[in-house]
Design a protein around this ligand. Structure first.
Ligand SMILES: [Cu+2]
Length: 425
């Protein structure tokens, strides 16, 4: 979980003032304004996810509203704010800035002061992939104090007040896919919020997926929505460029795997002999730079042709499924009528004859030299057939074969645009 990007360009104050004069500063100050911040993003050139908010910083005034608009890529997110979050982010922010401005690595070990500030903040998930923590996944708005520590105890205060910068905890909880609160979380700033910087982060992906709202005085001018959008686009493109490069390399056959992971790939038969160059099928792909908090949600290649009885194998990069005859799309996490947030077991469990296998969080330590092979056996094209949730590369390789000719469409149950076609002849 790293989150680096290049530094924002800082304008000298004089230039700012000049811009302000030229743009008839204050021209849009006719009343309370709304600014939209993107949560996640799927690129139109390739299905993807971006574990960032765009732009990372917006400027608003008391009485204005921040609208967080989520692109549903399959990744769950929250917008989690409050003084407890500010206390944490003040400690994390220097690491994020050092990473973005100087390319410093984010420390592997959580520094003690960060761990301490993190302690009262609930995560959205529990220890296992299928354990949703209700204290973090359900909304919670506290004037003071700390949220419940028991993952099965949701917060009682779920009615959202305006954000005044003084609440100790102000958590959207899981922003649901569609439905009444779907894909969007709105934060109205109170009239009496003090000017200053207010942090927020995602309590599914952690403090590196974070952003800030800079509150200025009531009469001040703020960047227009189109300026905000331009900033967002620049920040998105900075992350998209290295992803695009990886796809190009894959297509040219020049994609290289990191040296420490090469043995596992080699032992699974995915490297061109004598090189670290990848050859084969992929489900998902990351940027070469592990600090890029974004990834590709594609089966590469998207279409392939195999013979009856021939083994098809995917090296898995990311958290995905390979699933045939899928039911209508359902999100990996959903909100039940009583507010309980639950994982969908259909996503997680293997189906159609694929054997049980270790879950995605059951690997520890350095990259193993032998990948985990999941043999899905022979499939006859009938009924729901799914790997269940698999991760992380290059430790997991899924293989299967087909007993009948035909054209088979398949998909990842987590990431809706991640689809492929196999022709068997
Ligand atoms: Cu997130």
């Amino acid at each position: 979980m790293n989150g680096l990007r290049s530094p924002r360009l800082l304008k000298p104050a004089a230039v700012g003032l000049l811009m302000c004069l030229l743009a008839a500063c204050g021209g849009d100050d006719s009343g309370p304004q709304e600014r939209t911040i993107r949560v996640d993003y799927s690129h139109d050139e390739f299905a993807s996810y971006f574990l960032e908010y765009f732009p990372r910083e917006v400027t608003l005034r008391p009485g204005d509203t921040a609208v967080f608009k989520q692109t549903w890529t399959g990744e769950p997110h929250s917008v989690t704010m409050g003084t407890l979050v500010d206390d944490l982010m003040v400690l994390v922010e220097p690491y994020i800035q050092a990473a973005r401005e100087e390319g410093e690595p984010i420390p592997d070990e959580e520094p003690a002061d960060v761990a301490e500030a993190n302690a009262p903040l609930p995560w959205m998930f529990g220890d296992g992939i299928d354990e949703v923590a209700q204290n973090g996944a359900q909304p919670c708005y506290l004037e003071s104090g700390t949220p419940p520590t028991d993952p099965n105890t949701p917060c009682e205060q779920q009615t959202q007040p305006d954000f005044n910068g003084k609440q100790s905890f102000y958590n959207s909880g899981f922003i649901p896919y569609e439905g009444p609160r779907g894909n969007e979380f709105t934060v109205p700033l109170s009239d009496d919020i003090e000017p200053g910087t207010y942090f927020y982060y995602c309590n599914y992906h952690g403090p590196l997926m974070s952003g800030k709202i800079k509150v200025v005085g009531k009469g001040a001018s703020i960047p227009s929505q189109s300026e905000v959008n331009r900033q967002a686009r620049d920040e998105i493109e900075r992350l998209a460029a290295p992803l695009r490069e990886q796809i190009e390399k894959f297509e040219e056959g020049t994609l290289e795997v990191p040296p420490e992971e090469a043995p596992a790939y080699r032992n699974a038969g995915f490297l061109k002999p004598g090189t670290n160059r990848f050859e084969g099928n992929l489900s998902g792909l990351y940027a070469e730079d592990p600090s890029i908090m974004a990834g590709i949600n594609e089966f590469l290649p998207r279409t392939m042709t195999v013979g009856v009885g021939e083994k098809v194998r995917w090296a898995n990069l990311g958290m995905h499924t390979v699933s045939f005859n899928v039911p209508e799309y359902f999100p990996v996490i959903s909100v039940e009528e009583d507010g309980r947030v639950v994982y969908n077991p259909q996503v997680i469990a293997p189906a159609g004859g694929v054997p049980e296998h270790p879950g995605p969080f059951e690997f520890e330590g350095p990259p193993p030299e032998e990948p985990l092979m999941i043999d899905g056996g022979t499939w006859d094209g009938e009924g729901f057939y799914s790997t269940g949730l698999i991760a992380w590369a290059p430790y997991v390789v899924f293989e299967m074969e087909f007993s009948k000719r035909g054209t088979y469409k398949y998909a990842c149950l987590i990431h809706p645009p991640m689809v492929g076609t196999i022709t068997v002849r």
